[in-house]
Design a protein around this ligand. Structure first.
Ligand SMILES: O=C(O)C1=C[C@@H](OP(=O)(O)O)[C@@H](O)[C@H](O)C1
Ligand SMILES: C=C(OP(=O)(O)O)C(=O)O
Length: 427
């Protein structure tokens, strides 16, 4: 099993425009291209395992995909029935969004994935899709993959989602595009809004007011996408935390999406005392620019609002909390339990191994900052846990086991982290 050792790092000044491309936007680029008339052009597509699986699925569904290593072009040919199962790998985003996209397509589709994905709840999309006439099923009465989808005609809907999830919202918006009338989707808190921005940019009629999104069904096809995928703030955040916990250090991440629904973790780190600046340099579907983070001593913080805007960054933020002065708290984050691992439990297990006092709640945790100690920890097959504890290792040294999962979202992570600290691979 893949294992790495990280040595404590000295002061550093990190600057890069090579942080992994945004995973959410990459998935959506490939999928939405199938809804366009003509050829979509995608630059800086994330070459992580999750998004490459999505690209292969789009190809298996009949799209013509060309990839010269720099630019990916996707010409849609409508959706055809594939002759094999569609493998989403480790990706919840892939599986849930494809449910929405395929719910109205002609044919039979089977979506599956790895052992982690096959344990994650799918009823949050299969139940509302079934309620509008889609035929979806899976183990445990449609909750667990493999999922089977037989596309058909869909009824217009007004759905109130119990969970603030962009995956549920996106699946329902994709279904709405082919429904038999205007559709409404409401969520308890705004989740990331890439789907709304990108589909509107392609010509769809999607409006959001007060957490309520109205979608008009499409008469025909959309305009093709022309996009350069910005860097992923969730990946950038590992370098933000690295700088924030290493005295005298700084990190500048260039070309990252500054979409407000994605940068809340940086705001939390700012509230902890880190010096953070944002510079908008571009706008394409959403604001894009640079984030600069400079070390200042950190103090404790309570995180309980806009949880969907920083859910993926909470494991890395927990590492910052473990070095801060005082006791930090995270609340209303029960969604952490249904990610690639139960991230409440895996973060607590690993921080305790590092000598940190912490306490687990159903919906979050309390962490008392202290002296992080070197330890041998497991990733539990979860890329965000692996990268968070490698970053912790920059402070105190660390051994992290099962690190291959990092390839799902950040294939060049080791190359970049290696410019800050010494990482030894022991395969
Ligand atoms: O829509 C997306 O691209 C994502 C939405 C979030 O999941 P939920 O929709 O389950 O909150 C997030 O955790 C995931 O990494 C990506
Ligand atoms: C939860 C994540 O992704 P997904 O749901 O797509 O597996 C993540 O990347 O942290």
């Amino acid at each position: 099993m893949s294992r790495v050792r990280i040595a404590p790092a000295g002061t550093f000044a990190f600057r890069s425009d090579k942080v992994a491309a945004d995973k959410s936007i990459s998935h959506r680029s490939a999928m939405f291209a199938t809804l366009a008339e003509g050829t979509s052009v995608i630059r800086n597509f994330l070459r992580g395992e999750d998004t490459m699986n999505t690209l292969r699925i789009v190809e298996a569904l009949g799209a013509e995909v060309a990839d010269d290593g720099e630019v990916i072009t996707i010409a849609s040919r409508g959706i055809k029935e594939p002759d094999d199962i569609l493998d989403c790998g480790n990706s919840g985003t892939g599986m849930r969004l494809f449910c929405g996209l395929l719910a109205s397509a002609e044919g039979h589709f089977v979506l599956s994935g790895d052992e982690y994905l096959r344990r994650r709840p799918m009823k949050r999309v299969t139940a509302p899709l079934r309620s509008i006439g889609a035929q979806l099923d899976g183990r445990n009465n449609g909750d667990l993959a493999p999922l089977s989808v037989r596309g058909g005609s869909l009824k217009a809907f007004d759905y109130k989602s119990p969970v603030a999830s962009a995956q549920v919202k996106s699946a329902m918006i994709l279904a709405a595009l082919r429904a038999d009338g205007p559709c409404y989707f409401e969520e308890p808190e705004l989740s990331r809004d890439h789907t709304e921005r990108m589909l509107s940019g392609m010509g769809a009629s999607i409006k959001t007011e007060n957490l309520r999104t109205e979608v008009q069904p499409l008469g025909g096809l959309l305009q093709p996408l022309d996009i350069r995928v910005p860097a992923d703030p969730s990946s950038a955040f590992f370098f933000a935390v690295a700088a924030a916990i290493t005295p005298g250090s700084s990190a500048v991440i260039e070309g990252v999406t500054l979409n407000p629904t994605r940068i809340e973790a940086f705001k939390a780190l700012e509230r902890m005392g880190a010096d953070i600046r944002y510079e908008v340099t571009d706008e394409r579907y959403e604001p894009i620019g640079n984030i600069e983070v400079r070390y200042r001593p950190l103090k404790a913080v309570v995180v309980e609002e806009n949880i969907a805007w920083l859910i993926d960054e909470l494991p890395a933020l927990a590492v910052a909390m473990a070095t801060a002065e005082g006791t930090s708290e995270v609340k209303n984050a029960e969604e952490l339990r249904v990610k690639e691992s139960d991230r409440i439990s895996t973060v607590m297990t690993n921080l305790k191994k590092c000598g940190i006092v912490c306490e687990e709640f159903n919906d979050g945790y309390r962490i008392t900052g202290g002296a992080l100690q070197a330890a041998a920890v497991d990733s539990f097959g979860d890329h965000r846990i692996a990268m968070s504890f490698i970053v912790a290792g920059l402070r105190c040294g660390m051994e992290v086991t099962d690190t291959d999962c990092i390839r799902t979202s950040f294939p060049n992570f080791f190359e970049l982290i290696g410019t800050i600290g010494e990482v030894q691979h022991e395969d």
